[in-house]
Design a protein around this ligand. Structure first.
Ligand SMILES: [Zn+2]
Length: 398
């Protein structure tokens, strides 16, 4: 390893050490970590833009490094992490622990490792020979449904007169380029009925029984996708999944339940749309309501999104970003991811979007989450090549 890169790597590890210690979960105030990152930007003399939420307790950050011209590249990541509650960690969860090639701690893979690499590269991003700009765009509340992404994108749109062309989302992909991602929608369905003595079960309507019908309907729907398609072999699993993760209902064993609720998600392949599946489900609910109201006038069902749908994305292999980023990583590989991220929002905003970041999502959200130092090194190499590429006048077709 050349000395320069070794310095950058050490700086990235030192920054990651600090970042991991900020225990900022999705939904919580992120000012501590955002101010830390802002300070690094300031130390490097980079003008940044903050995008606060209405309460003033959360903020996104973005900045441009390089000339005000079209065709730049956005590097994007989120500052929040998921909780470690209930997980059996054998290492400290919010303190970086180094063991051989591994750095343990919540967020090392998802995705503070990428943030640390971007920040460690700031001195190199400031290269005066840059012909096209590099932007950093860091969000919060990604882990609870990408809630700040729209606001961040809107601010990017308003702040810069020029138009960035590309967005690279540094979610952990082992530095392999991902050009497709499943979308995700999260819902809560509530079934309301009227209580009755359990002996009256066939003269009343049980909210639990109706909820279980609906849950069965959802699983049958997914089984239909598995049997009849559409299938998309790039993804694991290759079909749209539907899953019920939480259920609650009833008061006592001898009372017909007047309330039952369940929470469920859809993770769709690009060939299917979440609103279409949701519409079918709601039609099914309407049928049940019409049928059961005959026996129980109070009977009703309502389904609410838990938060806005996280769109999937698919970036054509024909687009220049695919060749470009593959040339920067030095691989020809392309993969598809079965988790949802902010990439779909960036793609919708019109940027050529890919996911490419250090670490493995298999370690993300788990106990003893870690990132390999070799992954950080690969990411740094990638970002150095991005700087070289951004010094070229024209976007070359490689
Ligand atoms: Zn993530």
């Amino acid at each position: 390893m050349n000395l320069n890169r070794e310095n950058t790597l050490n700086s990235a590890i030192a920054i990651l050490d600090d970042l991991v210690a900020f225990k900022v979960l999705g939904g919580e105030s992120n000012l501590s970590i955002a101010n830390y990152i802002r300070d690094i930007m300031e130390e490097n003399g980079i003008a940044y833009q903050r995008v606060s939420d209405v309460s003033g307790s959360k903020m996104c950050l973005h900045c441009r490094i390089g000339p005000k011209v079209d065709g730049g590249t956005i590097l994007s990541g989120h500052m929040d992490v998921v909780s470690t509650k209930g997980q059996k960690w054998t290492k400290p969860d919010f303190r970086l622990t180094r063991e051989e090639d591994r750095l343990y701690g919540r967020g090392t893979a998802d995705m503070k490792g990428f943030l640390a690499c971007c920040l460690a590269l700031l001195p190199q991003f400031k290269d005066p020979k840059l012909k096209r700009p590099i932007y950093l765009a860091f969000s919060y509340d990604e882990e609870i449904g990408c809630r700040a992404t729209e606001q961040l994108l809107w601010s990017i749109e308003c702040t810069y007169d020029e138009r960035p062309a590309y967005a690279i989302i540094g979610e952990p992909s082992m530095m392999v380029v991902a050009n497709a991602e499943k979308g995700a929608g999260f819902f809560k369905t509530e079934v309301f009925s009227a209580p009755a003595h359990s002996s009256e079960v066939r003269n009343s309507v049980s909210a639990i029984e109706e909820a279980s019908h609906l849950i069965q309907w959802l699983y049958h729907k997914m089984d239909g996708f598995i049997q009849h398609g559409p299938l998309d072999s790039r993804f694991t699993p290759p079909f749209t999944t539907i899953h019920v993760g939480k259920i609650k209902g009833g008061e006592a064993v001898n009372i017909v339940a007047d309330h039952c609720q369940f929470e469920w998600d859809i993770r769709n392949i690009p060939a299917q749309s979440i609103p279409d599946i949701l519409r079918e489900f709601k039609d099914q609910c309407q049928e049940r309501i019409a049928e059961r109201k005959k026996l129980c006038p109070e009977f009703t069902i309502r389904t609410d999104p838990q938060f806005p749908i996280v769109p999937g994305f698919e970036t054509s292999e024909e687009l220049d970003i695919v060749q470009k980023v593959n040339s920067l990583t030095g691989t020809k590989q392309l993969k598809a991811l079965s988790f949802a991220s902010e990439a779909g929002h960036f793609a919708r905003a019109g940027f050529q979007t890919l996911v490419c970041g250090p670490g493995n999502m298999e370690q993300g959200h788990r106990a003893d989450e870690f990132i390999c130092i070799s992954e950080l090194e690969k990411c740094i190499h990638f970002l150095e090549r991005l700087v070289d590429w951004s010094k070229k006048d024209k976007i070359e077709k490689e």
